[in-house]
Design a protein around this ligand. Structure first.
Ligand code: PGA
Length: 251
């Protein structure tokens, strides 16, 4: 049985003071047993967050990594470094990195390989933009991102993947994909994973939906069969809003 996995992506938001007050508030709440919870935070706060949430079920992750373990790469951060801090997860291939930082399917593939090699669980992001959706290209675009991203990644690693389907047109726009649109793509991705890794493994892989997830739409999205969680941007910045999404069953 796949467990729901709801992760916050803070992007480049929050000062350290705001991080402290979020954590104080968030730590006070009891989290549901049957939901995995993660916070993907800016690099400078990782050490603090890992320590602050040490004895809790909250998983702490980064938002990007470099594909080498170490080297002369000024300004970059490796999985080996993250691992040494106790960080467990990292977002890889987010559309903002593809759009603004020249991330390609090939670099995403290298990063996924590096994450598995150095023991970091990746949240691998895929998704089409608005033109691609309007031109009926969404499925081939996502298929290419998945196949190239997972190129030569063996099944034993593949089973530990989390995939986030994030249509670019839904990110930060307030306009989410409908539950049917999101489920249709997540189910398409699961079939692709079955083709790559076999059905048994594909059935274990968590596929999240991301893009304007908020308390108002979380229950309907998360009730869909192939949507195993959410990657939440804007609505993860406030502890009470993010907690409502995590407790979507009570909404
Ligand atoms: P959003 O962002 O929830 O603010 O749309 C999601 C994401 O980019 O992961």
């Amino acid at each position: 049985m796949r467990k729901k996995f709801i992760a916050g992506n803070w992007k480049m938001y929050k000062t350290f003071e705001e991080t402290l007050s979020f954590s104080e508030e968030f730590k006070k709440s009891e989290l549901p047993e049957d939901v995995k919870v993660g916070l993907m935070v800016p690099y400078p706060y990782l050490d603090y967050m890992v320590k602050a949430f040490k004895d809790t079920k909250v998983l702490i992750g980064a938002q990007n990594i470099h594909f080498e373990s170490e080297g002369a790469f000024t300004g970059e951060v490796s999985c080996k470094m993250l691992k040494s801090l106790g960080v467990t997860h990292a977002i890889i291939g987010h559309s903002e990195r593809r759009q603004y930082f020249c991330e390609t399917d090939d670099s995403v593939n290298l990063k996924l390989k590096a994450a598995f090699k150095d023991g970091i669980f990746p949240i691998f992001c895929v998704g089409e933009n608005l033109t691609q959706r309007e031109e009926n290209d969404a499925f081939p675009v996502v298929e290419k991102q998945i196949r190239k991203g997972l190129y030569e990644i063996p099944e034993e690693y593949g089973r530990n993947l989390t995939i986030a389907y994030e249509p670019v047109w839904a990110i930060g726009t307030g306009v989410n994909a409908t539950k049917e649109e999101a489920n249709e793509m997540c189910s398409f991705i699961r079939n692709l994973l079955a083709d790559i890794y076999g059905k048994e493994t594909a059935d274990e892989i968590i596929i999240q939906y991301g893009g304007s997830v908020k308390p108002e739409n979380s229950k309907e999205l998360l009730s869909m069969e192939d949507i195993d969680g959410a990657l939440v941007g804007g609505a993860s910045l406030k502890a009470d809003t993010f907690l409502s999404i995590i407790n979507y069953k009570k909404l």
